[in-house]
Design a protein around this ligand. Structure first.
Ligand code: HPA
Length: 173
């Protein structure tokens, strides 16, 4: 992310696969981040600060409102369901327990995953505009009576990509 900023990239769209916590979200939906909760137990800004950058970074508005509107409009135009919500990042690599997911729901999280937040924090540190977009590959632990396994998450992500006309070799719609 720092290299992208250094070569002049000003806007960053971060994408991931996530588990749906909110009952409003269905597998196959997309969720634009309104905000995040960092439960990774780490910040990418720990350690030495690159010269000329701030030590303490404001995260009041990590996800740019204009980019968010663009994504919502694109969803409407393409008839793809795009919701909005709060993403909680955990370190993994285990999936969560149902008790953890219930706790995250109470804290205001709509989707859970194991990535994206460190990149978003560094991008903000570098002054980039950031958007976050999750593809809901499964419902989170305990939200349904199904268990979660990685093979199914991958399979559902591949199927959702295929529905959108995306294959592994091409990221063009
Ligand atoms: N939990 C955490 N990370 C994930 C999940 C999940 O249910 N699905 C895809 N990434």
């Amino acid at each position: 992310v720092r290299v992208l900023a250094a070569i002049g990239v000003e806007m960053l769209l971060l994408t991931n696969a996530a588990g749906g916590i909110s009952r409003r979200l269905r597998t196959g939906d997309f969720m634009v981040f309104t905000d995040h909760i960092n439960f990774m137990g780490a910040s990418p800004l720990r350690g030495t600060v690159p010269a000329g950058l701030e030590r303490f970074v404001d995260l009041t508005a990590v996800y740019d409102a204009g980019l968010r509107r663009c994504l919502l409009r694109a969803g409407i135009k393409e008839s793809i369901p795009v919701r909005q919500g709060v993403y909680v990042a955990v370190s993994g690599p285990n999936f969560e327990t149902p008790a953890e997911i219930r706790a995250f729901a109470r804290l205001g999280a709509d989707a859970v995953g194991m990535s994206t937040v460190p990149e978003a924090i560094v991008a903000r540190h570098m002054g980039m505009k950031v958007a976050g977009l999750s593809m809901l590959a499964n419902v989170a632990a305990g939200v349904s009576d199904r268990t979660i396994n990685h093979a199914e998450v991958l399979e559902s992500a591949t199927r959702i990509n295929a529905d959108l006309g995306i294959d592994r070799k091409s990221t063009r719609l």
